[in-house]
Design a protein around this ligand. Structure first.
Ligand code: ATP
Ligand code: MG
Length: 257
């Protein structure tokens, strides 16, 4: 069976800076795939390239066997590839439920004609979206706060809402850029449980984070980026005990210790 996502020799240069350089990796169906690396290693750029936010200088991205290189994010969402951003991107003045409904509209806009004239197609899509909102809110344990303004939620719940919005598009792969940045250990544990629930529904997850404890306990495989290139990749315990990885994070003097 071919992998869900295939990244082949992907590069993005900003002037003379090689933010991502000749990067290849694959993600299988049902996998939680982690990307770690020091600040500026190219993690967000890699996710931006795969999710269509940034166009590659060279290389290929295949999703379910289709070449999707350089396609814009709204097209990739239709293929089943969704993502969240490093900072929370919820609409603060809207309720939790309204945020989700906007997510579904972005993913499956019925078209101007159908919306403007309220056709049966627009009606059907609205109904499908309402049931998806209810399903996702229940699933991520946000149903009790469905009428709360997003800005009034604790930061951890806002991060979960960001995931809920992305799930409205029925993705096959969800990419999460630093889902636990700025969260307490207890909040991070909740986010980890949520990511496991998402995988249990058959959705693959690519997750970027700096928090080693969080990543080691969550990911099936981890890719380590350094200066835009692969430094190591494999099972979490192997990668995190790799002397090259320890040196990249902590410096040479920690390798022996
Ligand atoms: N639009 C851009 N224009 C110029 N340089 C950029 C751009 N985006 C990223 N870079 C540079 O590319 C390199 C990789 O950045 P990136 O944001 O991908 O790193 P990161 O691994 O996500 O870092 P962090 O852990 O701090 O989030 C950095 O040197 C960054 O300054
Ligand atoms: Mg980043």
């Amino acid at each position: 069976m071919s992998p869900l996502l295939e990244v082949h020799k992907l590069s993005r240069f900003f002037g003379g800076l090689r933010a991502v350089n000749d990067l290849s990796f694959t993600v299988s169906s049902g996998e939680i795939f982690g990307i770690i690396g020091p600040n500026g290693a190219g993690k967000s750029t890699a996710v931006n390239l795969v999710s269509g936010v940034t166009k590659p200088t060279s290389g290929k991205v295949r999703f379910q066997g289709t070449d999707v290189t350089g396609q814009p994010p709204h097209k990739l969402v239709q293929y089943g590839l969704a993502r969240t951003f490093q900072s929370t991107t919820v609409f603060g003045n809207c309720t939790v439920e309204e945020n989700c409904r906007r997510g579904s509209y972005l993913a499956r806009y019925p078209g101007f004609f159908h919306s403007f004239f309220s056709t049966s197609k627009a009606g059907e899509m609205r109904q499908a979206s309402d049931s998806r909102v209810a399903e996702v809110l229940e699933w991520l344990d946000l149903h009790r706060v469905r009428n709360v303004r997003a800005a009034d939620l604790p930061y951890g719940a806002q991060k979960t809402l960001g995931m809920a919005i992305s799930l409205m598009a029925w993705p096959k792969l969800l990419m999460l850029d630093e889902p636990v940045a700025g969260l307490s250990a207890a909040e991070a544990d909740n986010v980890r449980d949520t990511i496991r629930k998402i995988r249990a529904e058959g959705i693959s997850v690519v997750v970027i984070d700096h928090n080693m404890r969080f990543m080691a306990g969550l990911c099936d495989r981890i890719l380590v980026l350094h200066h835009g290139q692969e430094l190591a990749h494999g099972l979490p315990q192997d990668v995190l005990s790799d002397p090259n990885v320890i040196e990249a994070y902590l410096g040479r003097r920690y390798v022996k210790a």
